[in-house]
Write a protein that binds this ligand. Structure first.
Ligand SMILES: N[C@@H](CCC(=O)N[C@@H](CS)C(=O)NCC(=O)O)C(=O)O
Length: 217
């Protein structure tokens, strides 16, 4: 039986998991959990995921939430090799470091955008939250430094860290402009990822976000 993924296509962490599955060439049974409509608070869903977030994976009686954990699990269980998430302790630690950093940094984008998408707040509140926006861009400065002359975030190979970061960074471009002069390496890396077959999944989610954003004042 295919693993079940509770998801919403627009969600950046969902997109990262779907891209991972595509890279691994595995099918997931996708079940929509519309977090914009409150589905995540239904009793059955809270039993699976008390943190009431998407994505949530159910596979063979195992329930995992938090996208980074799901991606690592899928590579470990279904990958023909471990290149997306190497078993080598040092290589894995660098990927984990990046994933932990993105959880504590780029998810702030959701905090900024959510009240506008969901709560009727005006887009002008983004400028009122300038300090938060500045931190978001400082995090992008850090990614620019991490990339140095690497093809991908950790070196020559694509890993789940790239798949996770590209969902957040591309979503940042909906409310903000990422200037090529300030972030040349980030832009070059992003263009590289756009060429991957799995990237189409990110494009679909981004389009949904962008149209929701465009409909707001
Ligand atoms: N760190 C989590 C973030 C998950 C997350 O915040 N998902 C959002 C959608 S993008 C969500 O489900 N929000 C609903 C809620 O928090 O109630 C992950 O990577 O899985």
């Amino acid at each position: 039986m295919a693993p079940i993924l509770y998801m919403l296509p627009a969600s950046p962490p969902v997109r990262a998991v779907l891209m991972t599955a595509k890279c691994l060439n595995i099918e997931l049974e996708q079940k929509e959990c519309n977090v914009l409509a409150g589905d995540q608070y239904k009793e059955e869903y809270l039993k699976l995921n008390p943190a009431h977030t998407v994505p949530t994976l159910v596979d063979d009686g195992v329930v995992i939430w938090e996208s980074a954990a799901i991606m690592g699990y899928l590579v470990g269980k279904y990958g023909k090799d471990d290149s997306l998430y190497p078993k080598d302790v040092s290589k894995r630690a660098v990927i984990d470091q990046l994933l932990h950093f993105s959880t504590s940094s780029f998810t702030r984008l959701l905090i900024l955008m959510k009240p506008i998408i969901l709560g009727g707040q005006k887009k002008s509140t983004l400028t009122e939250n300038q300090a938060q926006v500045d931190v978001l861009f400082q995090n992008l400065d850090i990614v620019e430094k991490i990339l140095e002359d690497k093809e991908y975030l950790t070196g020559d190979n694509l890993t789940i860290a790239d798949l996770s970061y590209v969902t957040w960074i591309s979503t940042m471009t909906i409310p903000f402009k990422i200037e090529e002069e300030r972030f040349p390496k980030v832009i070059a890396w992003w263009k590289r990822l756009e060429k991957l077959p799995c990237y189409e999944i990110n494009r679909v989610g981004l389009t949904i976000w962008a149209s929701r954003w465009a409909g707001k004042e």
